[in-house]
Design a binder for this molecule. Structure first.
Ligand SMILES: NC(=O)c1ccc[n+]([C@@H]2O[C@H](COP(=O)([O-])OP(=O)(O)OC[C@H]3O[C@@H](n4cnc5c(N)ncnc54)[C@H](O)[C@@H]3O)[C@@H](O)[C@H]2O)c1
Length: 254
């Protein structure tokens, strides 16, 4: 007898789902029966993700969203609720960060954009999704953090601060709403092959240096992270909340 799919009929929002980890996560949620809102500022990319999901027999809709804009995030949550109910799951995954900037070389504008897109976005997603989750009896939130929120990376100050904030905010939401049926966890990827890291993957020397630090001997793929997100969003992790699950090929313990 075929087993029941893990997210059958659940309304799931994935931000940053036009690309990379978010796209793979959206595709995998849909394969598990979820009704997926593909949210991204890149509308064309979001539509491509929706096309991939529908070609695969799944259900999804694109929603142009700027995760740093409160009105846009509220409309994202309202749109998901109107189309598919819930939301039952929110995956806050979109980000932006300047590469290779130590703090003295970081402009105020880059700092503000990083915090707005990478940290305030998570606040806004939770702020607008939580009341609907409470009204529906609960839900699961999974935030994409980073190993950069747990240990130092060179010249990545604004991003590290934002991701450290995401980890702390994850605990706060878990603490405040746990008894009301909302679980909130984070996934902390290490080096993962996506369009964002394409320059690293094209630089053989740099890639060799970085993968040499990984105990599993390879960089991550979006599927590695997506499966962790589905676990944290699903009933299988029902005894976990406020945690940050590190998926980094062993980098942080090495
Ligand atoms: N790839 C890695 O090695 C790695 C490592 C650690 C953490 N992460 C985290 O994983 C997440 C996904 O990263 P990725 O590597 O898949 O990147 P990506 O560049 O492939 O995807 C990021 C997506 O976010 C979207 N986005 C940017 N600004 C937005 C905004 N204002 N509103 C809505 N959407 C916006 C982009 O359009 C893009 O589709 C991020 O939170 C990132 O910090 C990635």
């Amino acid at each position: 007898m075929p087993s029941r799919r893990r997210f059958e009929e659940r309304s799931v929002i994935v931000t940053g789902a036009a690309s990379g980890i978010g796209r793979e996560t959206a595709v995998r949620f849909a394969r598990e029966g979820a009704l997926v809102t593909v949210a991204d500022i890149d509308e064309a990319g979001a539509r491509q993700t929706v096309d991939a999901i529908t070609a695969d027999g799944g259900t999804a809709r694109a929603h142009r969203t700027d995760v740093s804009d409160p009105d846009s995030v509220e409309a994202m949550v309202d749109g998901a609720a109107e189309a598919y109910g819930g939301p039952h799951v929110l995956h806050n995954n979109a980000y932006w960060a300047p590469l290779g900037r130590a703090i003295a070389d970081t402009s105020q504008a880059d700092w503000d954009r990083t915090i707005a897109t990478t940290l305030t976005s998570v606040f806004l997603g939770c702020k607008f999704a939580v009341p609907r989750m409470l009204a529906g009896g609960g839900g699961a939130i999974v935030n994409t953090a980073s190993t950069a929120g747990l240990a130092a990376s060179p010249s990545f100050g604004a991003y590290m601060a934002a991701k450290g904030g995401v980890i702390s905010l994850t605990r706060s939401v878990a603490f405040d709403y746990g008894r009301q049926g909302i679980r909130c966890n984070a996934v902390a990827p290490g080096l993962t092959r996506t369009p964002a890291t394409d320059p690293v993957f094209r630089d053989r020397d740099r890639l060799g240096f970085l993968t040499g630090k990984l105990l599993v001997g390879r960089a991550g793929e979006p599927a590695d992270i997506a499966e962790a997100v589905l676990y944290l969003a699903g009933d299988e992790s029902g005894f976990m909340t406020g945690q940050t699950l590190v998926v980094d090929g062993g980098r942080l313990i090495a």
